[in-house]
Write a protein that binds this ligand. Structure first.
Ligand SMILES: CC(C)(COP(=O)(O)OP(=O)(O)OC[C@H]1O[C@@H](n2cnc3c(N)ncnc32)[C@H](O)[C@@H]1OP(=O)(O)O)[C@@H](O)C(=O)NCCC(=O)NCCS
Length: 171
């Protein structure tokens, strides 16, 4: 059986509430889910396997051309089957279609699976927000994904300039 990606609708709400509870220590409640997905800037997709919702993703287009992954979760019994990546692709696809600059995603310091998942999908850790999660005092790790025109960081630029200088000297 195949996994299908669908826009979230009313029939999916109870399943995504359950997935949130299975995935996070501070899950979104039904009311928060409803309020969030109603915003015109927000896209919510579910992954369906047969009649079962096995994962979901919510992302939001921000004013300066970025897309924020607000939540992404896969049912614990269906992990490591590529479903999380499939859901991320929905956000990457939206980035491409709308020609936006980059995707952003945050996760807890202790969420090693999320760190590895994002890194496996070419996200790069770019900053840390100290004590962001008030329940545990944990830091948030912020990751970015650039489809194109990724800014070269200053150290890379410096090394590149040094290399060119060395080549010049040799010549
Ligand atoms: C993070 C999460 C969404 C990943 O979903 P998933 O469907 O298991 O992810 P995928 O199968 O697409 O994984 C893709 C790759 O990410 C990496 N990865 C994902 N989960 C991993 C884990 N627990 N340990 C190590 N690597 C992992 C692997 O490289 C994996 O490829 P592989 O299975 O071929 O080795 C899922 O674990 C989840 O729902 N976690 C709880 C919610 C959460 O933390 N969300 C925040 C995400 S930013």
């Amino acid at each position: 059986m195949r996994i299908w990606l669908k826009n979230l609708n009313e029939s999916h709400i109870s399943s995504v509430v359950e997935i949130e509870q299975l995935c996070f220590r501070d899950p979104w409640c039904e009311q928060y889910i409803r309020e969030t997905v109603m915003r015109s800037t927000v896209t919510a997709k579910v992954a369906e396997y047969g009649k079962d919702v096995v994962g979901w993703v919510v992302f939001e287009q921000l004013p300066h051309g970025q897309v924020q992954i607000c939540t992404v979760g896969v049912h614990p019994e269906r992990r490591r089957e590529g479903i999380g990546t499939f859901l991320l692709f929905a956000a990457i696809d939206s980035l491409r279609t709308k020609k936006l600059s980059h995707l952003m995603a945050d996760c807890r310091e202790s969420n090693t699976a999320a760190h590895l998942f994002l890194a496996a999908n070419e996200f790069v850790a770019v900053r840390i927000i100290r004590e962001f999660y008030t329940d545990t005092g944990e830091d948030a790790f912020c990751f970015d994904y650039w489809e194109q025109d990724r800014p070269v960081n200053r150290i890379a630029k410096y090394l590149q300039a040094q290399e060119q200088k060395d080549v010049g000297h040799q010549g």
